[in-house]
Design a protein around this ligand. Sequence first.
Ligand code: NOJ
Length: 573
Amino acid sequence: MKRIILQTVIIVAFLFTCSLCYSQNKGAINRKWWKEAIVYQIYPRSFKDNNGDGIGDLKGIISKLDYIKSLGVNVVWLNPIYSSPNDDNGYDVSDYRNIMKDFGTMADFDTLLKGMHQRGIKLVMDLVVNHSSDEHEWFKQSRSSRTNPYRNYYHWWNAERGKPPYRYSLFDVNHDAWRYDSLTNAYYLHYFSRKQPDLNWENPKLRSEVYAIMKYWANKGIDGFRLDAFQFAAKDTTFPAFPNGFEKNFSQYYAMQGNLHGYLREMNKQVLSKYNVMSVAEGAGNSLTDAHNLVDAERHELNMAYPFDGVDIAKPDGYSLLHFKQVFSRLDSAFEKKGWLSVFLANHDQARMVSRFGNDSPEFRELSSEMLTTFIMTMRGTPYYYNGDELGMTNAGFTQIEDYRDMATLNEYRHVKNTGGDIPQFLKRIAYDCRDNGRTPFQWNETANAGFTSGTPWIQVNKNYKTINETDEEKDPNSALNYFRKIVKLRKDNLVLVYGRYTLLDKQNPDTYCYTRVLNGRKFLVMLNFSAKTAAAHTGINLSKARVLIDNYNNPSKNGQLRPYEAVVYEVK
Ligand code: NOJ
């Protein structure tokens, strides 16, 4: 009897140890759907117009669901579609539970969500709650009297106290974030435009309202939230004076302040943890530690960080690949053990990826765009890919201020003018980096307005739409579009590209970026030439037996020589 008990104990202990090993092994890569996702970002205003008013809409997106599915992506992030007076293209929400008139109706939204889910695509919504629109009912109430129950939903400074300590506004024409309101003789705070007053996160009532809004959308079945500008949400409401010139480094004073982490933990407890949703915050503080603290799973805050360190590298006079490699390698190592990253080179706030990081000349546009796509799809974090980049769409080519629509740019233009600044210089800079470059209509075909609208587009279509458009690229097996589909498939088919350990090779090479990704005995080698000339990469890996998984020239050499903007992914022993 004793023997049987002993044997049973041994067997149970053995099984327990095995299951522990298994879960630890599993834990080593800790699989999650949002880590394995490929996010395709849609800027609804510019994607597809269905009703001919010149503005993209939900029905337009619905009409393109099969196209989106054909890309192979499995998550769509939609920029804000809530009711909005559109001071900042939807980033000024006047009703969080309704759809912007320009974009359609709630019935359209329900159809869109259903259509995505039927195609195996998840939907991530933008959540804009650092600020609302000044046309939101909360703000209307708040400004109506000092004793209104909504007064503390926003930040007010009564004028009899004198002028409040200076706060920098990113979008205001004078860069002053305090706006005087004569109705109650007080100033309200707006880090962005005057029409985007900052919400008071220190007020628990406001926080509950936001969580209820999140639940409303989560109950509809959406799959995640992108938290707009959330790193700025918590504030020291005593508004101490900041040192002169702080605005040059405003993020040090605005990001990750006060009880931000407390609010995130509360949001996680009350909403995020209750649904199978992913969460990503725009911006990731001022250091890798800040970024890490947002998404370390043990802290129960958010899922993944979206730091700007990468996109900030490109400047009008170029960028150094050594710097680029250093930034992305540092990011990777900071998240190697815990937390998770997003990887991206563009979004709706950036100029076009190929014009900033690649080479948009006719000779190299497609090749360099494919090379950058290869980079995004072979790094460890979740790829975020901006609509139109799969075609290799380029910067807008605007030459005069009248071409631009972005409120922040137009305000900055007025500011430069008012302060006697250099206007030609300003126009040159925005031609390179204004976010309208990434907001021109999606180029579907070579008919009028690139097939985006039958009306007058809200912003001009890029003049190159007759040579760069989806319909033409569909027909060409070597197009940027078809390359995108192939590399998306490669990533989805190979967990090594999602979870594999990243090692940088040939670190000091100024032209090439090479790295390996290793998981469970499989080793992938990624070789990218970021330059317009042939370049030799010294990886120390013998390529004679390497298997080519994808390449953008179709016949890669095996001697480490990379042609201009060549991209190759090998499986090596
Ligand atoms: C970041 C968004 O991405 C940007 O488009 C917007 O203007 C600001 N936050 C303000 O909401």
